[in-house]
Design a protein around this ligand. Structure first.
Ligand code: 0UX
Length: 372
């Protein structure tokens, strides 16, 4: 058992488990959802709103912060925690995925990824060594290996070559990692091919990391493919290490992933959907701009105890959204993050009671029976 992670309770009826992950900026109770902050901010939320909503750890990103304001500047100003006044854990992604998803002009070579900045058009080369150096300069508590996330429709031959490079990049990431107080996670690739996933994981375990992430998912593949890969890897990932699935997901995806034994998740959905008026509730999704809420004096979600549901009506939230008020983004985001985090709290409690199987059935039923 590694000293930074302990499985606390294994649900008696399924693979779900609760755990405790210890980082330099504090302990994290898993399963955990991590709100994402692209440019050193979780859009429309102040740090005290995040802690009020129950956030234990947030995500930041190498690609964006390297380009602006620059990792050296953040380091000179005392690191990311001080820069954004967030004193709890931060996880940074290694930047490869964002280069792939954000830039047109990019070239992947053995050395790293050449790309043109989406901000000012300047050319850059992001390598495993530079990615680790940036993440160390930012001072994140958990950092990620520099990997390549192959396109969802990539053929077996491409995926096989890509994962071999991702393994070589993982070794280079680990060799470049000097700040031992930070946890370094490896990222398993291999596309939809279970045997390649197994090979990737075996190679990463041979190098040795503080946790293992599933990459290459939630990139447009069919749901059954995603569940198949999650199933196959669940039995292969070392049970006494934290398991992180990157980019997951909807509330249903989270419940399905916890049921398969995963511990950590991140997704832009609660924050991005909030800004588009798509809100999560115990009765399913509410599209707040719809006319049916024009005179609705009730709370967004009667079962939610967040600041927004305690103080505002659906009618008011609809008015703010239609008026394009900044407060709409703030309140909608606050609720969606609080709702996601309360879902994770209810999941942890169900696991501790050996009730997660029942929770999973009830949750699916609740989310899909009530008409919007
Ligand atoms: C959505 N599906 C998906 N995401 C994925 C990510 C990014 C995780 N989120 C970090 C991120 C990404 C963006 C948006 C926010 C802030 C910041 C920039 C960091 C979350 C991934 N990241 C890496 N390194 N490797 C993957 O294979 C991968 C696969 C994904 N599949």
């Amino acid at each position: 058992m590694p000293d930074h992670f302990q499985v606390e309770h294994q649900d008696g009826g399924c693979r779900a488990r609760t755990g405790r992950l210890t980082t330099p900026h504090g302990e994290i109770q898993t399963p955990i959802f991590m709100p994402v902050g692209t440019n050193a901010s979780v859009k429309a939320m102040r740090p005290e709103d995040l802690t009020d909503a129950g956030a234990q750890i947030i995500l930041a990103n190498t690609y964006h912060l390297y380009l602006r304001p620059g990792h050296r500047l953040v380091e000179e100003l005392g690191g990311l925690h001080r820069f954004m006044s967030w004193d709890r854990p931060i996880l940074t992604d290694s930047g490869g995925f964002q280069v792939y998803s954000l830039t047109e002009l990019r070239k992947i070579t053995e050395e790293g990824v050449k790309f043109r900045s989406h901000i000012d058009g300047s050319m850059h080369l992001l390598t495993p060594e530079l990615s680790i150096k940036v993440q160390e300069a930012l001072g994140a508590d958990i950092i990620m290996c520099f990997d390549e996330c192959p396109p969802a429709d990539a053929g077996r031959e491409y995926v096989e070559r890509s994962l071999a490079m991702t393994t070589r990049w993982a070794q280079r990431s680990k060799d470049a990692h000097t700040r031992r107080d930070q946890l370094l996670f490896g990222i398993v690739q291999g596309g939809r091919f279970s045997d390649l996933r197994q090979r990737s994981l075996q190679e990463l375990q041979g190098i040795g990391f503080d946790g293992y992430a599933l990459g290459g998912l939630s990139v447009g593949e069919e749901k059954p493919v995603m569940h198949e890969v999650m199933d196959a890897c669940s039995d292969l990932l070392p049970a006494d290490y934290p398991r992180y699935i990157m980019g997951i997901g909807t509330p249903e995806d989270l419940v399905e992933a916890v049921w398969r034994g995963y511990d950590m998740f991140d997704c832009v959905m609660p924050t991005r959907n909030a800004r588009n008026g798509m809100l999560f509730t115990s009765q399913g999704r509410v599209n707040i701009k719809r006319k049916q809420y024009e005179q609705d004096q009730g709370p967004l979600d009667p079962a939610c105890s967040c600041y927004v549901c305690r103080n505002y009506s659906r009618a008011y939230l609809r008015h703010l959204f239609r008026s394009g008020e900044i407060l709409a983004s703030m309140l909608n985001t606050h609720h969606n993050i609080a709702w996601y985090l309360s879902l994770m709290g209810r999941i942890r409690e169900a696991i501790r009671q050996d009730q997660f199987e029942a929770f999973r059935k009830e949750f699916y039923h609740q989310q899909h029976t009530t008409a919007e």
